[in-house]
Each structure stands twice: as C-alpha cells, then as structure tokens.
Design a protein around this ligand. Structure first.
Ligand code: NAG
Ligand code: NAG
Ligand code: NAG
Ligand code: NAG
Ligand code: NAG
Ligand code: NAG
Ligand code: NAG
Ligand code: NAG
Ligand code: NAG
Ligand code: NAG
Ligand code: NAG
Ligand code: NAG
Length: 414
C-alpha cells in the first residue's frame, strides 16, 4: 500500500490518496481519492495496457507495448469543483500520461465518463528506438459512457480503443465518480458488454479467503428475495433458496447462499434480463433470462465465478440452458427442489422458487405457472383435503355421540 500526501491543491485543501497495487502479476491500478474532509469522492480500480505503433527514421513502423504499469503516480487527479469536473490523471514510464474526465449530465441523475487522453514522448530513444522524433503525441477518445449517480460502474469485459496507431485496452474496470457522503456504492451498473457477453473473462484479483465453504450442510438454505429496478420501477423479481454444489476432483462441496450477506444487482432489457448475486465469496453468480418465440421466457445462462477456500477461483458458464420456462406476463414457480446442471462441476439446487424476469407490474408477481413437480403435488392436495375432511366429520360425530351419552348420564344422576 503506497500513499501519497500532496500539499494543498487549490480549492481542495489537503488531498490524500492511496494506491493499492494488486497482486504482483495483475497490476490493477487503484485510486481512492478523498476530498478536504477525508471523505472518498472518487474511487477507481482497473487494468489497462497500450500498444503503440510509431514511425522510424527509415519510414518503416515499429510497435511497442506498455503493460504492467508498476511505478504509477496519480498527480493531477481531482474530485472536481465548480469549474472542473472530476478527473483521474496517471503518469507512468517515462513521460507517459493518461487521463479520464467525468462530466455531470444536466437534467438527469447521471454522469458521463467523458473522454480519455493518452500522451507519450517519442523522443525517448530507450522506449522508442529509431523513432522519427515527433516529441509528445496525444491521442484523444470521446467515450460518453453514461452512468447513474450513486452506483459503481463495472466492466469486466475488454474494452478496446483504436486511434492513430495506438491501441488502448481496458478490463476489470470499477469506477465511481461524484461519490456522495464518502461511501462507495455496492450497487453496480454493468457496461453493455458485460450484460450481454458470455465471454467475460474472470481475472483473478487478490485471493480472498472463503470462510463460508463448509462441507455439506444439511439444512435448507434461507430464502432470499431479489429484485432489479429500472427507471420504471421493479422489472425483475426472484424469491428462492439457493444451494451451490461444486465438484472438483470427485469431491463435492455444497453450500447455501446466505441472503443476508449477499448483494444483488442486474438489468432488464426487452429480450434479456440479468440477476447478478455477489458476496465476499461469490465474485459473481449471474442468472441470464431470455425470451423465445416472443411469448415465453426461460433461464438461458448461468455464469459464475467464486473464490474457493483454498484461495483459487472457480469459474464456469453455460449459455445454453433451458430452465424455468413460462409464458411472458406470468411468473415461474417451483416449490420442490430443482437442480440446475450448469456444468459437470457445478450445480445449483433451488427450493421454494418463484421468478419473473419480464413484465413485472407494480412490483408484484403475476400469476404463476408451476413446475410439473409441483403440479403432481397439487393433484394430491384435493385428495388430502378430502381425507382430512372425512376424518374431521368422523371425529365430530364421535365427540357428539360421547357428549350426548355424557349429558344423558349427567341428567339421569340429578
Ligand atoms: C477510501 O479511503 C477512505 C479514507 O481513507 C476509506 O475510509 C475508504 O474505506 C476507502 N475506500 C475504499 C473503497 O478503499
Ligand atoms: C494487454 O491486455 C490484453 C487484454 O487483457 C492481453 O490480451 C494482452 O496480453 C496484454 N498485453 C501485454 C503485453 O500484457
Ligand atoms: C529500417 O530500420 C530497421 C531497424 O531500425 C531495419 O530492421 C530495417 O531493415 C530498416 N528498413 C529499411 C527499409 O531500411
Ligand atoms: C507527483 O507528485 C509527487 C509528490 O508530490 C512528486 O514527487 C512527483 O515528482 C510528481 N510526479 C510528477 C510526474 O509530476
Ligand atoms: C527513457 O525511458 C526509459 C525507460 O522508460 C527511462 O529509463 C529513461 O530515463 C528515459 N530517458 C529519458 C531521457 O527520459
Ligand atoms: C474533459 O471534459 C471536457 C468537457 O467538460 C472536454 O471538453 C475536455 O476535452 C475533456 N478533456 C479531456 C482531456 O478528456
Ligand atoms: C520528451 O523527451 C525528451 C527526451 O526524454 C525530453 O528532452 C523532452 O523534454 C520531452 N518533451 C516533453 C514535452 O516533455
Ligand atoms: C447523503 O446524506 C444525506 C444527508 O445525510 C442524505 O439525504 C442522502 O440520501 C445521502 N446520499 C446517499 C447517496 O447516501
Ligand atoms: C417505461 O415505461 C414506458 C411507458 O410504459 C415505456 O415506454 C418505456 O420503454 C419504459 N422504460 C423502460 C426502461 O422499460
Ligand atoms: C425498487 O423500486 C421500488 C419501488 O418501485 C422500491 O421500493 C425499491 O426500494 C427499489 N429497490 C432498489 C434496490 O432500489
Ligand atoms: C453435488 O454434485 C454431485 C456431483 O454431481 C452429486 O453427486 C451430489 O449428489 C450433489 N450434492 C447435492 C447436495 O446436490
Ligand atoms: C437477516 O437479517 C435480518 C435483518 O437484518 C434479521 O432480522 C434476520 O434475523 C437475519 N437472518 C439471519 C438468519 O441471520
């Protein structure tokens, strides 16, 4: 952990910012920028690398790749004030600088990740051998990625910007500008690439130990109530007990999801909806729903990445599933235990399940289509009720007879 303490920056007072370099091989950049009151105003953690193609003295081209940015300074980063928006400025290598700025979108509760500028100095013969001297070269990209206020932007997918012989790559991005009350949000806004992609490459962060992976708990998992909102209110509802079963080297570890310590986010589009759970041990567990034939929905994809007790990361994805199938405009219900086989090594057991990923109105479930396992049960219910009623009649009749006999004997004794 490296901390920089800057002397006073105009309009900001004392700025303290720390950068925590990730594990040695991944080199995540991390910036936790605080304002004069030591409250976090901007938080970012991300990976990036660059490939630069430059002209040599004999009119041919060479390329150089800049990665593993390990000696980084963040001078010039700021929270933003009345005149200037927030920005992250990064310096590394020799004379290379990178900057991103954020602007408020007026008339909506969101802001935009505005633009990125990247500069390098081809005069350095060590870094750019045989370069035809151009001095400082700057490339500028306008991004205009809109992000709602008070949620953290996440993009695990690879974003590539190609511009003037420079390729910029970004991945595993987490950023929140205009942080309010010094609290970085736990609610995520996913980039479009993450929402639709099945190619999210899970990158191993610091290995977080897992305290929860207990061997085979027998108890039923607790019930979790999950929902996703969009601008029109609640757009996805799910109520379920979830149990995960990971089998590695013929040993399966089963554990229950604890709703109390699990966060959830998601997104809703007309033809696809996402519910993402995460916790200290689950990096993400995504349920992706799709529409088929314009009239039914189903669970199409499960994408999971988890930290295991031994410190390793377990990831798997299957985007060719077909579970929880029900008509659009209704919900799907299954009280009995169901098993979703995501892969040979990963299963999810569900109990007391009800989901509605589309057409939720007024935050409530629509009528339910029940799974066949439940309907078998339902068929038995009238029978059970009939038997119980018959039994009740007999009990009432017997008590009546006994009562009558007692009162008669009582009457006789007077
Ligand atoms: C950022 O720094 C502040 C103050 O040093 C600290 O309270 C906060 O937990 C940090 N946030 C993150 C996400 O590291
Ligand atoms: C740059 O990043 C991309 C995407 O993560 C990766 O495929 C590539 O190997 C990286 N290049 C270097 C030199 O690290
Ligand atoms: C240009 O220079 C590079 C080395 O800097 C050399 O490998 C290449 O052959 C040269 N090309 C020409 C056309 O001279
Ligand atoms: C960044 O700030 C540190 C501390 O104030 C200073 O030592 C360093 O020279 C600065 N680096 C650049 C590139 O301005
Ligand atoms: C050129 O870059 C190399 C490597 O980044 C660095 O060690 C060296 O100091 C730089 N030279 C000049 C003149 O800036
Ligand atoms: C920063 O944002 C402003 C818009 O407020 C834009 O005009 C400017 O070009 C941006 N600068 C950089 C370096 O991204
Ligand atoms: C670019 O690098 C050269 C050599 O390292 C240095 O002399 C020159 O001042 C740098 N240019 C700028 C604008 O920093
Ligand atoms: C920040 O604090 C104020 C007052 O304490 C509160 O009204 C507001 O909702 C808080 N904002 C967030 C994003 O927590
Ligand atoms: C919100 O509702 C309006 C009117 O029903 C509809 O036109 C709009 O597309 C909805 N927006 C979203 C994000 O679902
Ligand atoms: C979603 O919207 C409903 C009202 O439509 C609100 O009660 C609920 O708190 C919201 N949930 C989240 C997570 O914002
Ligand atoms: C876990 O998965 C393994 C392998 O598929 C299976 O044999 C075992 O019965 C499962 N356990 C539970 C509790 O679902
Ligand atoms: C979960 O949290 C709620 C409210 O914080 C609490 O009432 C409930 O007892 C907790 N459940 C368990 C099993 O810890």
């Amino acid at each position: 952990m490296v901390c920089f303490r800057l002397s006073s920056v105009p309009g900001l007072g004392l700025v303290l910012f720390c950068l925590v370099l990730g594990v040695v091989r991944s080199y995540a950049l991390e910036l936790n920028l605080t304002d004069s009151g030591k409250a976090t105003c901007l938080y970012a953690k991300w990976h990036m690398n660059f490939t630069i193609q430059y002209e040599t003295t004999n009119k041919t081209y060479k390329t150089v790749t800049i990665s593993d940015l390990d000696t980084v300074t963040y001078n010039g980063s700021m929270c933003g004030d009345d005149q200037n928006g927030p920005k992250i400025a990064v310096q590394f290598g020799s004379g290379i600088s990178w900057m991103v700025n954020f602007t408020m979108v007026s008339s909506s509760s969101s802001y935009s990740i505005d633009s990125i500028s990247f500069s390098y100095n081809t005069s350095n013969r060590t870094m750019f051998p045989d370069a035809e001297d151009k001095g400082i070269v700057t490339v500028y990209d306008h991004l205009a990625i809109k992000v709602p206020l008070n949620v953290i932007f996440r993009c695990n997918s690879l974003l590539t910007l190609e511009n003037n012989n420079v390729v910029q790559r970004y991945w595993d991005v987490l950023v929140q500008a205009f942080v309010q009350n010094g609290t970085v949000s736990t609610e995520e806004h996913l980039c479009d690439q993450d929402k639709t992609s099945t190619t999210v490459t899970p990158i191993i962060h610091t290995t977080v130990p897992s305290p929860t992976a207990k061997p085979t708990p027998v108890e039923k998992p607790e019930i979790g109530k999950y929902s996703v909102n969009n601008t029109n209110g609640t757009c996805l509802l799910a109520t379920m007990r979830l149990q995960l079963n990971i089998t590695q080297d013929k040993v399966s570890s089963v554990f229950n999801i604890k709703p109390n310590s699990t966060d959830f986010t998601g997104s809703c589009d007309p033809h696809t909806a996402l519910l993402r759970l995460n916790s200290s041990t689950i990096k993400y567990l995504d349920f992706v729903f799709a529409v088929k034939n314009e009239n039914r929905f189903y669970l199409k994809e499960v994408n999971v990445s988890m930290y295991l007790v031994n410190g390793s990361v377990f990831s798997t994805v299957n985007d060719n599933l077909s579970y929880w199938d029900a008509p659009l405009g209704s919900s799907y219900m299954c009280n009995k235990e169901q098993t979703i086989s995501v892969s040979g090594a990963f299963q999810i057991n569900t109990f007391d399940l009800r989901v509605q990923p589309f057409n939720v109105t007024k935050g409530k479930y629509s009528t339910a289509e029940e799974c066949s396992a439940d309907s078998d049960l339902n068929f038995l219910i009238p029978v059970a009720v009939g038997v119980a009623l018959g039994f009740l009649i007999i009990v009432v009749f017997i008590s009546y007879m006994i009562g009558r006999r007692k009162s008669r004997t009582g009457y006789q004794s007077v």
